[in-house]
Design a protein around this ligand. Structure first.
Ligand code: BGC
Length: 709
């Protein structure tokens, strides 16, 4: 396709509209408007056909309406984008759960299946993967991320990109950059990050994703070191475009370009448009700064037309690549929408992801349950179908399997269930407690299904208290007084501080928001049909005052044993809390027992350019088959920059039948040991390293390595 020729025939106004995105709902309203001149989208009706893209719509009918003849003029197809974040009609568990599967193939499959459904419904591009590094559970959007480790996030992001591509839609790596570092865990808040931390931690996952050649990158809302991201030349131009050679489409976040006014960085929308365009933010999502001001800015010589043409070309190229010029409704397929969405295959993957992403945090032997155990289900999650979580996309609650349904199907008997109270953080109504307690007393084991309401994490849903809601804690205390065993099944979009509730439970199964197959997955886990194998990818704090808390911290000049309360004076510590999390990164139990032993290294001396193998024996010493995630960590003991006490550098998920053992091997190269050194180079520095293997980030076996030249 001759993009140059098409662009040469476009007016400046047409170019500005190609670079503008508006909400699909507004376009539909405008298309339906009887009186000409009314505009919900902010774009005059007669120019709607020039728009380059629209976002978030509800399926085939809406897609066709948006593309209806009036706007999808010949050769001017519209890109339709949507937040397909953890599923489309089949809703998978939250990404924080998918990360915890430590299974890249499964993550890829979830993305692929979501993409197939989305494509059949007219979606061309998804605003995913979100690969922001998250260290503060107060931030509501931790549920969209795969957690606190840059290495894992990068690999998970890449797996999703491969999946979306296989499923036939383009994707968008977001939110560039460091959106997850919002101060105080408050969404949209400022970030202030040293150059070293930015390169070493916050940028890594986005840059890793670029290796998969994603089609788009989204800029974030935050201020980074005083500059709003849409104005951040150093990151957008110098790093992303020039150093990394990214020539795909950069899109702002929703209204983000116009928000430079509230940031106190630009005086008006025209100035916003000038700044963002000069940083080659190609698409203005929903601020209309480009639509209203770009032509004028070009005429005044404040933005070069050559630059605008380059930006338009990127958008046209993406449309061409997706096949929109051959068929403006590319991918739309009613038949496959009917047969594929929520089909057995999609549900099976959703169930596997929910099973493998749920984490067994505690178990004194009460789990797995016997099928004939006399149980009851108590709590706001006992029988609700609201298990889909934040970005439920086109998922419908009626398609969700509740815990009650899943358990009854598996055990083939009816199980008493009482919701008892609401899951909202500020709920106060105890009127359901009596029935709950009466029911509890008639059973032997209480399965308490509790947690955060599904819309109380996610965008714009930060919390200052990240405990289980007070009303549910009260209910749990009352349930404990019955003397019955308690299995606590928890649902949440963030790690919760469980210090008060953990001692009340005989077992805790943490299921995040598990998606449409939640109930079946939970039943399989509770009854041991599936052996729990998920791990947490964020440290679970003991109390909110520890946030941000993460496993790859620095020892400080006055280190303290993170797990003991003694000798705290003049060491880095709290008077009233331990330093360690309640549950560490990479942690998760199983119904069998895994033992890791006999760490060995092929050579404790490694010359530059060489490789060594570190290995250990993993044995399933329990009575059940199971899967365990063996994790490789390193510690660079002395460097030109101080290095964290541990850094994840590899993982393998190993399946072993009861009694089986296997030698697990990891290769270590200079690349494994490299980091952004004080001189800004990414390289391994000679000297001493600790090499660690473990089944979580706390309990590790250690060996030594020396790098020399
Ligand atoms: C969110 C993005 C999302 C966009 C479009 C914004 O508010 O921050 O993650 O992709 O909306 O829905």
């Amino acid at each position: 396709m001759d993009y140059k020729k098409i662009i040469a025939n476009m007016t400046l106004e047409e170019k500005a509209l190609q670079l503008s995105q508006v909400a699909a709902a507004d376009i539909i309203q405008d298309a339906d408007a009887v009186v000409t001149g009314i505009s919900h989208s902010g774009v005059p009706q007669e120019h709607l056909g020039e728009l380059g893209s629209a976002l978030n719509f509800s399926g085939i009918e809406a897609a066709e309406k948006i593309r209806s003849a009036s706007f999808a003029k010949k050769n001017k197809p519209l890109l339709l984008m949507q937040d397909v974040v953890h599923g489309y009609k089949t809703v998978y568990p939250l990404n924080i759960a998918i990360g915890g599967t430590f299974d890249l193939e499964l993550a890829e499959k979830c993305a692929e299946m979501s993409a197939i459904e989305a494509r059949a419904n007219g979606v061309n591009v998804t605003f995913a993967p979100m690969v922001d590094l998250v260290r503060d559970a107060r931030w509501g959007r931790v549920n969209e991320s795969t957690g606190e480790d840059p290495y894992l996030n990068g690999l998970m992001g890449r797996a999703s990109i491969r999946g979306y591509r296989k499923g036939g839609i383009a994707c968008c790596v977001k939110h560039f950059a460091a959106y997850g570092a919002a101060e105080s865990g408050r969404d949209y808040n400022t970030t202030d990050i040293s150059d070293h931390a930015l390169h070493e931690y916050y940028l890594k996952s986005y840059l890793e994703c670029l290796k998969e050649k994603p089609d788009m990158v989204m800029t974030s809302f935050n201020l980074l070191n005083g500059i709003p991201m849409n104005g951040h030349t150093e990151l957008l131009v110098d790093l992303l475009r020039e150093q990394e050679g990214f020539d795909g489409v950069v899109i702002s976040d929703y209204g983000g370009i116009g928000e430079m006014i509230s940031h106190g960085y630009a005086e008006d929308f025209k100035e916003c448009a000038r700044i963002a365009a000069n940083n080659e933010v190609d698409i203005d999502m929903c601020s209309l700064a480009y639509a209203n001001h770009l032509p004028e800015l070009v005429r005044e010589g404040k933005v070069s037309e050559e630059k605008v043409d380059r930006m338009v070309e990127r958008v046209l190229r993406l449309k061409d690549k997706l096949g929109l010029y051959q068929n403006a409704s590319v991918g739309i397929d009613e038949e496959s929408d009917k047969t594929y969405c929520l089909s057995g295959g999609a549900r099976e993957i959703a169930r596997r992801a929910a099973e493998d992403g749920s984490v067994l945090l505690e178990n004194n032997g009460v789990l797995p349950l016997e099928k004939d155990a006399k149980i009851c289900l108590i709590g706001p999650y006992a029988q609700t179908q609201e298990l889909m979580g934040e970005w439920a996309c086109l998922g419908k609650t009626e398609n969700v399997v509740s815990v009650k349904e899943g358990v009854e199907k598996l055990t083939d008997k009816s199980v008493p269930a009482v919701s008892a109270c609401s899951a909202h953080w500020n709920a106060t109504d105890e009127s359901g407690f009596d029935e709950a307690l009466r029911t509890a007393k008639k059973s032997d084991i209480i399965v308490a299904c509790m947690g955060e309401y599904c819309k109380e994490s996610g965008e714009s849903h930060s919390r200052a208290a990240i405990t289980l809601a007070a009303l549910q804690v009260k209910l749990l205390h009352k349930l404990k007084e019955t003397g019955k065993k308690i299995v606590l099944v928890l649902f949440a979009g963030r790690p919760l501080a469980l210090t008060e509730v953990a001692p009340l439970a005989d077992a805790i199964l943490f299921c995040w928001h598990p998606g449409v197959e939640g109930g079946n997955a939970i039943a399989n886990l509770l009854y041991g049909e599936v052996n729990p194998n998920g791990k947490i990818t964020m440290s679970f704090p003991r109390s909110v005052g520890q946030c941000p808390i993460y496993y790859n911290y620095f020892s400080s000049g006055r280190p303290k044993n993170p797990d003991t309360a003694e000798n705290y004076l003049y060491t880095t510590s709290y008077l009233d809390e331990l330093n360690s999390p309640l549950y560490p990164f990479g942690y998760g139990l199983s119904y069998t027992k895994f033992e890791l032993s006999e760490i060995g290294i092929s050579s404790s001396e490694m010359k530059r350019g060489e490789r060594v193998i570190v290995s250990a024996t993993l044995k399933n010493t329990g009575k059940r088959d199971g899967r365990e995630v063996v994790q490789l960590y390193i510690h660079d003991k002395f460097g030109s920059c101080a290095r964290p006490v541990k850094e994840l550098k590899g993982f393998q998920k190993i399946a072993l039948v009861a009694g089986e053992e296997r030698r697990v091997r990891f290769e270590i190269s200079e690349e494994t040991l490299a980091y952004f050194t004080a001189s800004g180079e990414y390289r391994a520095e000679e000297g001493k390293f600790e090499i660690m293997l473990g089944t979580n980030s706390r309990d590790v076996l250690k060996t030594k390595l020396n790098l020399y030249s």
